[in-house]
Design a protein around this ligand. Structure first.
Ligand code: HSE
Length: 407
């Protein structure tokens, strides 16, 4: 039997414990050994829980118990998650994590420590929740050069955008309901400001490029400026607004960005709604591959974590590896300003607005002119889009929204 400890008895941690009990036979057959949750670390008391006897408040109890060979970290935040993970790996205990913040910031070091100590640091649940993403990318697509990754990587914002689009709900009502369902982060500003998506696209970028992609350096815009009229205009045009993490090849380097995009209905990910996540890979051999599933929630996330437990116990896990911040160079990545796309831009409407927009951008397509002048540009770089918008602003024509378009 393999004894494990679960750090954090919140939504995800309790899901891991529940799944280990309810699907014990299935897990044992896949892992080649029985898996038993010996300890649960949490500072709170759970007097009514059937697992109350396994709860400990002191991490040292787990760290110093030689019977515990694996730790499932569901703490969230960098500290003490990083510190506990590092200590466990140094003690020769494998660590399984759903903690995107810790993986994005410290994954390079934790992976190195795991390798040095002959154990695993695994994090399937950190991207895509219950949707397998890390393993398919690292293993099944390993023979490919991945040219682009486009992902709906945050369930909370996808849920909010869906509710605004389909049920005309306000932003605040939709956010409150996502929090109630346990999808949102403790601080939901990380969801709506794109920070959570940023951490996840950084992890995928680390794997694709083998280079550390620093979340602090990624151009990140969330969904707080998206207005109901933007959502409705895009739906009428034939698409949906989605918050995407995107890592795309420009020449021989990658650009990484997080922002709301207009996604044409022709793309599979345009119809991925509610709490679902989807990641579309463009690969040189496999072509287009899209993975889709539940991106947040108790049992979906537990499913991904327990799959890592099974891989670690059976000794068949994949070891990711990417550069450290010290090995990184300023020019490892290029700016999103260098990436060319069409843009959907809303301008204040007025008698000569279209003529002025056409004079600045060259011919644009008018998408709607009811509430504002919504136009779609030809393919231009992010730098050119900014320059044209600034020129028009100087002439007194204000823009309201500017979004990249994926056709
Ligand atoms: N807050 C995250 C989301 C949880 O909404 O997707 C899963 O990482």
């Amino acid at each position: 039997m393999v004894n494990i400890a679960v750090l954090g008895f919140g939504v995800v941690g309790s899901g891991v414990v529940e799944l280990c009990e309810s699907n014990a036979d299935k897990i044992s057959a896949a892992a080649g050994n029985d898996v038993y949750v010996k300890y649960i670390l949490d500072l709170r008391d759970f007097p009514d829980s059937p697992y109350k006897d396994r709860i400990v408040k002191d991490f040292e109890v787990i760290l110093n118990d030689p019977e515990v060979s694996l730790i499932v970290e569901c703490l969230g935040g960098s500290h003490p998650a990083y510190d506990f993970s590092l200590a466990a790996l140094k003690k020769g205990k494998s660590v399984v994590s759903s903690n995107k913040e810790t993986v994005a910031k410290f994954g390079h070091e934790l992976l190195k420590t795991a390798r040095e100590n002959g154990v695993y640091y695994l994090f399937e649940a950190s991207v895509g929740g219950g949707t397998p993403v890390i393993r398919p990318l690292s293993k099944c697509l390993a023979a490919n050069r991945v040219e682009e990754v486009c992902g709906i990587l945050n369930g909370t914002t996808n849920y909010i955008l869906t509710m605004m689009n389909k049920y005309s709900e306000s932003f605040a009502t939709a956010l409150a309901s996502a929090q109630e369902k346990g999808y949102a982060e403790r601080d939901p500003s990380d969801d709506i400001n794109g920070v959570d998506t940023c951490r996840k696209i950084c992890i995928l970028t680390d794997i694709v490029t083998g280079k550390f992609c620093d979340p602090a350096k990624v151009d990140t815009t969330g969904i707080t400026a998206i207005r109901p009229e933007d959502v409705k205009t895009v739906e009428k045009w034939g698409g949906a607004i989605k918050l995407l993490g995107r890592c795309t090849l420009v020449g021989d380097k990658y650009a990484v960005m997080v922002s709301p995009f207009v996604v044409s209905a022709d793309r599979m990910i345009a119809s991925v709604d509610n709490v679902f996540n989807a990641v579309a890979f463009k690969c040189d051999a496999a072509g287009d591959v899209t993975l889709c599933g539940r991106g947040a929630g108790k049992l979906p996330t537990a499913s991904a974590m327990v799959s890592d437990v099974i891989d670690a116990v059976s000794g068949k896990a994949y070891r990711a590896d990417w550069s450290t911040p010290e090995e990184s160079r300023e020019d490892d990545f290029v700016s999103p300003d260098d990436v060319a796309d069409r843009f959907l831009i809303a301008f204040d409407n007025g008698a000569d607005a279209l003529a002025r927009v056409n004079a600045e951008f060259g011919e644009v397509r008018v998408i709607d002119d009811a509430t504002a002048l919504y136009v779609m540009t030809e393919q231009i770089t992010g730098a050119d889009a900014k320059k044209h918008i600034a020129n028009l602003e100087k002439l007194g024509l204000k823009s309201q929204t500017a979004l990249r378009v994926l056709l």
